[in-house]
Design a protein around this ligand. Structure first.
Ligand SMILES: [Zn+2]
Length: 148
């Protein structure tokens, strides 16, 4: 169900073009693991991978249907672009790696996520309410996973 990979590749191309960004984005069907990861930015290779089936699952569970799947995809992409455009990311990631306490690691991780959400809000102001819903949902999972 839904649009094809080709559709999403052209959507990615038009978004990158409108933001004057030149980053490699690939689109896969499934995230290779048990976690429900919709998108991933790799600092080492400076590439983004989007996982369509996971995004569909998240969209259904957060919004109750796939009606706004394309918007949901855009939000996840904008979030990953936020990581790739975050000039503090490398420094924050190193500080997180070296942090002595779990609390400090957690705070740094939250800061990294906040930066990416702020970027998404800047570049997709027309989707602000949706971004807020997705952010709240993902931060909740994030907090539970890292404190539980
Ligand atoms: Zn993130």
């Amino acid at each position: 169900m839904g649009e094809s990979k080709e559709y999403y590749y052209s959507l990615v191309a038009s978004i990158l073009n409108s933001l004057s960004l030149n980053i490699s984005v690939s689109i896969e069907s499934h995230f290779p693991g048990n976690r429900n990861i919709g998108g991933k930015y790799c600092l080492k290779t400076d590439t983004i991978t989007m996982y369509l089936e996971e995004i569909k699952d998240q969209c259904r569970s957060v919004l109750g249907s796939e009606e706004r799947l394309v918007d949901y995809f855009k939000v996840i992409l904008a979030h990953e672009l936020g990581h790739s455009e975050d000039r503090d990311l490398e420094d924050l990631a190193i500080r997180k790696y070296k942090a002595k306490s779990n609390y400090e690691k957690h705070q740094l991780a939250l800061g990294i996520e906040e930066n990416a959400w702020n970027y998404a809000k800047q570049v997709l102001p027309e989707l602000l309410p949706l971004i807020q819903v997705i952010q709240n949902h993902s931060m909740k999972i994030y907090v539970n996973r890292h404190t539980g």
